[in-house]
Write a protein that binds this ligand. Structure first.
Ligand SMILES: Nc1ncnc2c1ncn2[C@@H]1O[C@H](COP(=O)(O)OP(=O)(O)OP(=O)(O)O)[C@@H](O)[C@H]1O
Length: 369
Protein backbone atom coordinates (compact mmCIF):
# COMPACT_ATOMS: atom_id res chain seq x y z
CA UNK A 1 0.00 0.00 0.00
CA UNK A 2 1.61 3.29 -1.10
CA UNK A 3 1.55 6.19 1.25
CA UNK A 4 -0.26 9.45 0.64
CA UNK A 5 2.09 12.17 -0.64
CA UNK A 6 0.03 15.15 -1.77
CA UNK A 7 -3.42 16.21 -0.75
CA UNK A 8 -5.49 19.17 -1.75
CA UNK A 9 -8.44 19.63 0.58
CA UNK A 10 -11.39 21.92 -0.23
CA UNK A 11 -8.93 24.12 -2.06
CA UNK A 12 -9.88 27.49 -3.54
CA UNK A 13 -7.32 29.63 -5.34
CA UNK A 14 -7.18 32.40 -7.93
CA UNK A 15 -5.95 35.94 -8.42
CA UNK A 16 -6.59 39.13 -6.42
CA UNK A 17 -9.64 37.83 -4.57
CA UNK A 18 -11.15 36.28 -7.69
CA UNK A 19 -11.72 32.55 -7.21
CA UNK A 20 -10.66 30.55 -10.26
CA UNK A 21 -10.56 27.08 -8.70
CA UNK A 22 -13.08 26.00 -6.07
CA UNK A 23 -13.76 23.08 -3.74
CA UNK A 24 -10.86 21.10 -5.11
CA UNK A 25 -10.11 17.77 -3.44
CA UNK A 26 -7.49 15.37 -4.70
CA UNK A 27 -4.93 12.96 -3.33
CA UNK A 28 -1.78 11.54 -4.87
CA UNK A 29 0.13 8.54 -3.51
CA UNK A 30 3.93 8.46 -3.43
CA UNK A 31 5.30 7.14 -6.72
CA UNK A 32 2.15 7.96 -8.70
CA UNK A 33 1.78 10.31 -11.64
CA UNK A 34 -1.33 12.47 -11.66
CA UNK A 35 -2.60 14.74 -14.38
CA UNK A 36 -4.78 17.83 -14.49
CA UNK A 37 -6.71 17.76 -17.77
CA UNK A 38 -9.28 20.16 -19.14
CA UNK A 39 -10.07 22.81 -21.72
CA UNK A 40 -8.16 26.08 -21.89
CA UNK A 41 -8.81 28.46 -19.00
CA UNK A 42 -10.33 25.88 -16.62
CA UNK A 43 -7.75 26.46 -13.87
CA UNK A 44 -5.14 23.71 -14.36
CA UNK A 45 -2.10 26.01 -14.31
CA UNK A 46 -3.55 28.03 -11.44
CA UNK A 47 -3.78 24.81 -9.40
CA UNK A 48 -0.24 23.80 -10.33
CA UNK A 49 1.08 27.23 -9.32
CA UNK A 50 -0.68 26.93 -5.96
CA UNK A 51 0.95 23.52 -5.39
CA UNK A 52 4.35 25.01 -6.31
CA UNK A 53 3.81 27.89 -3.87
CA UNK A 54 3.80 30.63 -6.54
CA UNK A 55 0.21 31.58 -5.66
CA UNK A 56 -1.39 31.73 -2.21
CA UNK A 57 -4.51 29.69 -1.56
CA UNK A 58 -7.77 31.39 -0.58
CA UNK A 59 -9.45 28.48 1.20
CA UNK A 60 -8.63 24.91 2.17
CA UNK A 61 -5.11 23.55 2.36
CA UNK A 62 -2.34 21.72 0.55
CA UNK A 63 -0.33 19.03 2.34
CA UNK A 64 2.88 17.46 1.09
CA UNK A 65 4.34 14.47 2.92
CA UNK A 66 2.02 15.11 5.87
CA UNK A 67 2.97 18.79 6.36
CA UNK A 68 0.75 21.74 5.49
CA UNK A 69 2.56 23.81 2.83
CA UNK A 70 -0.32 26.18 1.96
CA UNK A 71 -3.47 27.36 3.67
CA UNK A 72 -5.28 30.70 3.74
CA UNK A 73 -2.79 33.19 5.21
CA UNK A 74 0.21 30.85 4.98
CA UNK A 75 2.33 29.94 1.94
CA UNK A 76 5.59 28.06 2.47
CA UNK A 77 8.09 29.65 0.03
CA UNK A 78 8.55 27.69 -3.24
CA UNK A 79 12.26 27.10 -2.59
CA UNK A 80 11.43 25.52 0.79
CA UNK A 81 9.09 22.94 -0.80
CA UNK A 82 10.80 19.88 -2.18
CA UNK A 83 9.05 20.40 -5.47
CA UNK A 84 10.66 20.47 -8.94
CA UNK A 85 9.19 22.20 -11.99
CA UNK A 86 9.35 21.55 -15.72
CA UNK A 87 7.84 24.27 -17.92
CA UNK A 88 6.41 24.31 -21.43
CA UNK A 89 9.20 26.60 -22.72
CA UNK A 90 12.01 24.56 -21.02
CA UNK A 91 13.33 27.70 -19.19
CA UNK A 92 16.97 26.58 -19.37
CA UNK A 93 19.79 28.98 -18.49
CA UNK A 94 21.12 29.97 -21.95
CA UNK A 95 24.62 30.89 -20.74
CA UNK A 96 25.16 27.57 -18.92
CA UNK A 97 26.20 24.30 -20.56
CA UNK A 98 23.87 21.29 -20.45
CA UNK A 99 25.84 19.80 -17.53
CA UNK A 100 25.82 23.10 -15.60
CA UNK A 101 22.08 23.46 -16.16
CA UNK A 102 21.50 20.00 -14.70
CA UNK A 103 23.88 20.68 -11.77
CA UNK A 104 22.32 24.09 -11.03
CA UNK A 105 20.12 22.98 -8.13
CA UNK A 106 22.87 20.83 -6.51
CA UNK A 107 25.83 23.25 -6.77
CA UNK A 108 26.78 22.63 -3.13
CA UNK A 109 26.45 18.85 -3.34
CA UNK A 110 29.78 17.00 -3.00
CA UNK A 111 28.59 14.34 -5.48
CA UNK A 112 27.25 16.82 -8.06
CA UNK A 113 29.42 15.58 -10.93
CA UNK A 114 28.43 11.96 -10.47
CA UNK A 115 24.73 12.82 -10.08
CA UNK A 116 24.82 15.08 -13.16
CA UNK A 117 26.51 12.39 -15.27
CA UNK A 118 23.95 9.78 -14.14
CA UNK A 119 21.02 12.03 -14.93
CA UNK A 120 22.43 12.95 -18.35
CA UNK A 121 22.73 9.23 -19.10
CA UNK A 122 19.19 8.68 -17.88
CA UNK A 123 17.86 11.29 -20.33
CA UNK A 124 20.24 10.03 -23.06
CA UNK A 125 22.24 13.24 -23.33
CA UNK A 126 25.57 12.02 -21.95
CA UNK A 127 27.29 12.97 -25.21
CA UNK A 128 25.93 16.55 -25.10
CA UNK A 129 27.12 17.60 -21.63
CA UNK A 130 29.33 20.47 -22.93
CA UNK A 131 26.82 21.87 -25.40
CA UNK A 132 24.64 24.92 -24.79
CA UNK A 133 20.82 24.93 -24.87
CA UNK A 134 20.61 26.74 -28.24
CA UNK A 135 22.60 23.88 -29.79
CA UNK A 136 19.91 21.33 -28.84
CA UNK A 137 16.55 20.37 -30.36
CA UNK A 138 13.32 21.13 -28.47
CA UNK A 139 13.00 17.51 -27.31
CA UNK A 140 16.61 17.51 -26.08
CA UNK A 141 16.11 20.80 -24.24
CA UNK A 142 13.07 19.39 -22.48
CA UNK A 143 15.13 16.35 -21.41
CA UNK A 144 17.74 18.70 -19.92
CA UNK A 145 14.96 20.51 -18.06
CA UNK A 146 13.72 17.18 -16.72
CA UNK A 147 17.21 16.14 -15.57
CA UNK A 148 17.70 19.56 -13.93
CA UNK A 149 14.39 19.24 -12.06
CA UNK A 150 15.21 15.68 -10.90
CA UNK A 151 18.73 16.49 -9.64
CA UNK A 152 17.74 17.79 -6.16
CA UNK A 153 15.55 14.67 -5.69
CA UNK A 154 12.26 16.49 -5.31
CA UNK A 155 9.43 14.82 -3.40
CA UNK A 156 7.13 15.91 -6.19
CA UNK A 157 7.71 17.04 -9.77
CA UNK A 158 5.29 19.44 -11.48
CA UNK A 159 5.19 19.47 -15.28
CA UNK A 160 3.27 22.31 -16.95
CA UNK A 161 2.34 21.38 -20.54
CA UNK A 162 5.87 19.96 -20.97
CA UNK A 163 5.38 18.58 -24.47
CA UNK A 164 3.21 21.20 -26.11
CA UNK A 165 6.09 22.90 -27.95
CA UNK A 166 6.96 19.59 -29.62
CA UNK A 167 5.14 18.01 -32.47
CA UNK A 168 3.44 14.72 -33.26
CA UNK A 169 5.68 11.70 -33.06
CA UNK A 170 8.37 13.35 -30.88
CA UNK A 171 5.71 14.47 -28.45
CA UNK A 172 4.35 10.94 -28.15
CA UNK A 173 7.80 9.39 -27.79
CA UNK A 174 8.99 11.86 -25.16
CA UNK A 175 5.82 11.52 -23.11
CA UNK A 176 6.33 7.73 -22.90
CA UNK A 177 10.02 8.25 -22.11
CA UNK A 178 9.22 10.68 -19.30
CA UNK A 179 6.79 8.22 -17.76
CA UNK A 180 9.44 5.48 -17.86
CA UNK A 181 12.05 7.79 -16.27
CA UNK A 182 9.71 8.92 -13.48
CA UNK A 183 8.61 5.34 -12.78
CA UNK A 184 12.20 4.03 -12.80
CA UNK A 185 13.15 6.61 -10.15
CA UNK A 186 9.87 6.34 -8.22
CA UNK A 187 9.35 10.09 -8.64
CA UNK A 188 5.82 11.35 -7.96
CA UNK A 189 4.54 13.93 -10.40
CA UNK A 190 1.63 16.11 -11.45
CA UNK A 191 1.33 16.92 -15.15
CA UNK A 192 -0.84 19.64 -16.67
CA UNK A 193 -2.11 19.13 -20.20
CA UNK A 194 -5.14 19.71 -22.40
CA UNK A 195 -4.27 16.66 -24.50
CA UNK A 196 -6.16 13.55 -23.46
CA UNK A 197 -3.88 11.14 -25.29
CA UNK A 198 -0.88 12.57 -23.43
CA UNK A 199 -2.73 12.45 -20.10
CA UNK A 200 -3.56 8.76 -20.61
CA UNK A 201 -0.06 7.86 -21.84
CA UNK A 202 1.73 9.36 -18.85
CA UNK A 203 -0.59 9.24 -15.84
CA UNK A 204 -1.93 6.81 -13.26
CA UNK A 205 -4.71 9.19 -12.22
CA UNK A 206 -6.27 11.97 -14.25
CA UNK A 207 -8.42 14.85 -12.99
CA UNK A 208 -10.86 16.37 -15.46
CA UNK A 209 -11.47 20.08 -14.81
CA UNK A 210 -14.36 22.20 -15.98
CA UNK A 211 -14.70 25.89 -15.10
CA UNK A 212 -12.49 25.64 -12.01
CA UNK A 213 -14.13 22.48 -10.68
CA UNK A 214 -12.67 19.01 -10.66
CA UNK A 215 -15.38 16.84 -12.21
CA UNK A 216 -13.64 13.49 -11.67
CA UNK A 217 -10.28 12.25 -10.36
CA UNK A 218 -9.85 8.70 -11.53
CA UNK A 219 -7.86 6.17 -13.54
CA UNK A 220 -7.86 6.61 -17.34
CA UNK A 221 -9.87 3.35 -17.57
CA UNK A 222 -12.63 4.62 -15.29
CA UNK A 223 -12.76 8.05 -16.92
CA UNK A 224 -13.36 6.36 -20.25
CA UNK A 225 -15.70 3.57 -19.17
CA UNK A 226 -17.33 5.08 -16.09
CA UNK A 227 -17.51 8.86 -16.48
CA UNK A 228 -19.43 10.41 -13.60
CA UNK A 229 -20.74 13.47 -15.45
CA UNK A 230 -21.91 14.21 -19.02
CA UNK A 231 -18.99 16.64 -19.38
CA UNK A 232 -16.40 13.95 -18.57
CA UNK A 233 -18.23 11.53 -20.87
CA UNK A 234 -18.03 13.90 -23.81
CA UNK A 235 -14.57 15.39 -23.05
CA UNK A 236 -12.91 11.97 -22.79
CA UNK A 237 -12.88 9.77 -25.89
CA UNK A 238 -15.52 9.63 -28.56
CA UNK A 239 -19.12 8.64 -28.39
CA UNK A 240 -22.72 9.60 -28.85
CA UNK A 241 -25.62 9.85 -26.42
CA UNK A 242 -28.87 8.16 -27.39
CA UNK A 243 -32.17 8.63 -25.61
CA UNK A 244 -33.60 5.76 -23.57
CA UNK A 245 -35.98 4.81 -20.77
CA UNK A 246 -34.96 3.01 -17.60
CA UNK A 247 -36.38 -0.53 -17.49
CA UNK A 248 -34.90 -1.20 -14.06
CA UNK A 249 -31.81 -0.21 -12.06
CA UNK A 250 -29.37 -1.68 -14.61
CA UNK A 251 -31.24 -1.78 -17.93
CA UNK A 252 -32.40 0.80 -20.45
CA UNK A 253 -34.81 0.47 -23.37
CA UNK A 254 -33.48 2.22 -26.48
CA UNK A 255 -34.11 2.15 -30.19
CA UNK A 256 -31.26 -0.40 -30.33
CA UNK A 257 -33.22 -2.67 -27.97
CA UNK A 258 -32.64 -3.16 -24.26
CA UNK A 259 -29.10 -2.39 -23.07
CA UNK A 260 -27.86 -3.88 -19.83
CA UNK A 261 -24.75 -2.95 -17.87
CA UNK A 262 -22.81 -3.46 -14.69
CA UNK A 263 -24.03 -0.37 -12.85
CA UNK A 264 -27.24 0.28 -10.99
CA UNK A 265 -29.10 3.60 -11.18
CA UNK A 266 -31.29 5.12 -8.53
CA UNK A 267 -33.84 6.88 -10.74
CA UNK A 268 -37.36 5.44 -10.94
CA UNK A 269 -38.24 2.93 -13.68
CA UNK A 270 -39.48 4.81 -16.73
CA UNK A 271 -37.15 7.82 -16.25
CA UNK A 272 -35.88 9.37 -19.47
CA UNK A 273 -32.11 8.98 -19.72
CA UNK A 274 -29.26 9.56 -22.16
CA UNK A 275 -27.08 6.49 -22.77
CA UNK A 276 -23.43 6.93 -23.73
CA UNK A 277 -22.31 4.67 -26.55
CA UNK A 278 -18.62 4.61 -27.49
CA UNK A 279 -17.41 3.44 -30.91
CA UNK A 280 -16.18 0.20 -29.29
CA UNK A 281 -19.65 -0.45 -27.80
CA UNK A 282 -21.17 -0.99 -31.27
CA UNK A 283 -19.80 -3.99 -33.14
CA UNK A 284 -20.25 -5.32 -36.64
CA UNK A 285 -22.80 -8.18 -36.71
CA UNK A 286 -23.57 -9.20 -40.33
CA UNK A 287 -26.58 -11.38 -39.35
CA UNK A 288 -28.18 -8.84 -37.02
CA UNK A 289 -31.65 -7.54 -37.78
CA UNK A 290 -30.48 -4.23 -36.35
CA UNK A 291 -29.29 -2.25 -39.36
CA UNK A 292 -27.69 1.16 -39.71
CA UNK A 293 -26.64 3.19 -42.71
CA UNK A 294 -23.01 4.29 -43.10
CA UNK A 295 -22.89 8.08 -43.34
CA UNK A 296 -19.19 8.62 -42.67
CA UNK A 297 -15.99 6.64 -42.71
CA UNK A 298 -12.46 7.27 -41.39
CA UNK A 299 -9.74 4.75 -42.13
CA UNK A 300 -7.50 4.44 -39.05
CA UNK A 301 -5.16 1.67 -40.22
CA UNK A 302 -5.89 -1.38 -38.06
CA UNK A 303 -9.52 -0.32 -37.74
CA UNK A 304 -12.07 1.87 -39.49
CA UNK A 305 -14.31 4.34 -37.67
CA UNK A 306 -17.79 4.43 -39.21
CA UNK A 307 -20.45 7.04 -38.51
CA UNK A 308 -23.78 5.29 -38.62
CA UNK A 309 -27.36 6.50 -38.87
CA UNK A 310 -30.33 4.58 -37.47
CA UNK A 311 -33.74 4.65 -39.21
CA UNK A 312 -34.92 7.33 -36.72
CA UNK A 313 -32.04 9.63 -37.73
CA UNK A 314 -30.01 8.99 -34.54
CA UNK A 315 -26.28 8.89 -35.21
CA UNK A 316 -23.66 6.61 -33.66
CA UNK A 317 -20.01 5.78 -34.20
CA UNK A 318 -18.56 2.31 -34.46
CA UNK A 319 -15.09 0.81 -34.83
CA UNK A 320 -14.89 -2.19 -37.21
CA UNK A 321 -11.69 -4.12 -37.96
CA UNK A 322 -10.36 -2.50 -41.12
CA UNK A 323 -10.67 -5.62 -43.29
CA UNK A 324 -14.45 -5.27 -42.87
CA UNK A 325 -14.73 -2.66 -45.60
CA UNK A 326 -18.09 -1.07 -46.46
CA UNK A 327 -18.84 1.84 -48.78
CA UNK A 328 -20.61 4.97 -47.47
CA UNK A 329 -24.37 4.63 -48.00
CA UNK A 330 -24.41 0.86 -47.35
CA UNK A 331 -26.59 -0.77 -44.69
CA UNK A 332 -24.68 -2.81 -42.10
CA UNK A 333 -25.76 -5.13 -39.30
CA UNK A 334 -24.73 -4.01 -35.82
CA UNK A 335 -24.95 -5.20 -32.23
CA UNK A 336 -24.50 -3.40 -28.93
CA UNK A 337 -21.61 -4.85 -26.92
CA UNK A 338 -21.55 -2.45 -23.98
CA UNK A 339 -21.00 -3.95 -20.57
CA UNK A 340 -20.38 -0.56 -18.97
CA UNK A 341 -23.79 1.04 -19.02
CA UNK A 342 -23.25 4.79 -18.72
CA UNK A 343 -26.45 6.72 -18.31
CA UNK A 344 -27.29 10.31 -17.34
CA UNK A 345 -30.66 11.88 -16.57
CA UNK A 346 -32.02 13.24 -19.83
CA UNK A 347 -31.93 17.02 -19.99
CA UNK A 348 -34.99 18.45 -18.24
CA UNK A 349 -36.00 15.19 -16.60
CA UNK A 350 -33.78 14.98 -13.52
CA UNK A 351 -35.61 12.96 -10.88
CA UNK A 352 -36.74 15.26 -8.10
CA UNK A 353 -35.81 12.96 -5.20
CA UNK A 354 -32.06 13.17 -5.87
CA UNK A 355 -29.95 14.97 -3.29
CA UNK A 356 -27.83 17.84 -4.60
CA UNK A 357 -24.53 16.46 -5.84
CA UNK A 358 -25.86 12.94 -6.36
CA UNK A 359 -25.05 11.95 -9.92
CA UNK A 360 -27.56 9.13 -9.69
CA UNK A 361 -24.77 6.63 -10.22
CA UNK A 362 -23.97 3.69 -8.00
CA UNK A 363 -21.12 1.38 -8.87
CA UNK A 364 -22.08 -2.28 -8.84
CA UNK A 365 -20.04 -4.17 -6.23
CA UNK A 366 -17.17 -5.88 -8.01
CA UNK A 367 -17.00 -3.25 -10.76
CA UNK A 368 -13.56 -1.65 -11.16
CA UNK A 369 -13.14 1.04 -8.49
N1 LIG B 1 -2.03 36.18 -13.34
C1 LIG B 1 -3.35 36.13 -13.54
N2 LIG B 1 -4.16 37.14 -13.09
C2 LIG B 1 -5.50 37.10 -13.27
N3 LIG B 1 -6.15 36.08 -13.88
C3 LIG B 1 -5.42 35.04 -14.35
C4 LIG B 1 -3.98 35.02 -14.20
N4 LIG B 1 -3.53 33.86 -14.74
C5 LIG B 1 -4.62 33.20 -15.22
N5 LIG B 1 -5.76 33.90 -14.98
C6 LIG B 1 -7.14 33.49 -15.32
O1 LIG B 1 -7.46 32.31 -14.61
C7 LIG B 1 -8.24 31.42 -15.41
C8 LIG B 1 -7.59 30.05 -15.39
O2 LIG B 1 -6.30 30.13 -15.99
P1 LIG B 1 -5.30 28.90 -16.01
O3 LIG B 1 -4.02 29.40 -16.60
O4 LIG B 1 -5.26 28.26 -14.67
O5 LIG B 1 -6.03 27.93 -17.03
P2 LIG B 1 -5.53 26.59 -17.70
O6 LIG B 1 -6.58 25.58 -17.41
O7 LIG B 1 -4.15 26.27 -17.28
O8 LIG B 1 -5.59 26.97 -19.23
P3 LIG B 1 -4.54 26.77 -20.44
O9 LIG B 1 -4.68 25.34 -20.87
O10 LIG B 1 -5.04 27.72 -21.48
O11 LIG B 1 -3.18 27.12 -19.90
C9 LIG B 1 -8.33 32.05 -16.78
O12 LIG B 1 -9.61 32.65 -16.87
C10 LIG B 1 -7.24 33.10 -16.79
O13 LIG B 1 -7.62 34.20 -17.58
Amino acid sequence: MSELLLSLRDLACGYRGQQIVQQLNLHLNAGDIGCLLGPSGCGKTTTLRAIAGFEPVQQGEIQLGGAVISRAGFTLAPEKRRIGMVFQDYALFPHLSVADNVAFGIRQHPQRERITAELLDLVKLGAHARRYPHELSGGQQQRVALARALAPQPQLLLLDEPFSNLDGELRRRLSHEVRDILKARGTSAILVTHDQEEAFAVSDHVGVFKDGHLEQWDTPYNLYHEPLTPFVASFIGQGYFIRGQLLGPDAVQTELGPIRGNRAYTWPTGSAVDVLLRPDDIVHAPDSTLQARIVGKTFLGAATLYRLQLPTGTQLESIFPSHVDHPPGALVGIRVAADHLVVFAAQGSVAAHLEFGDSGVRRTPGAPA
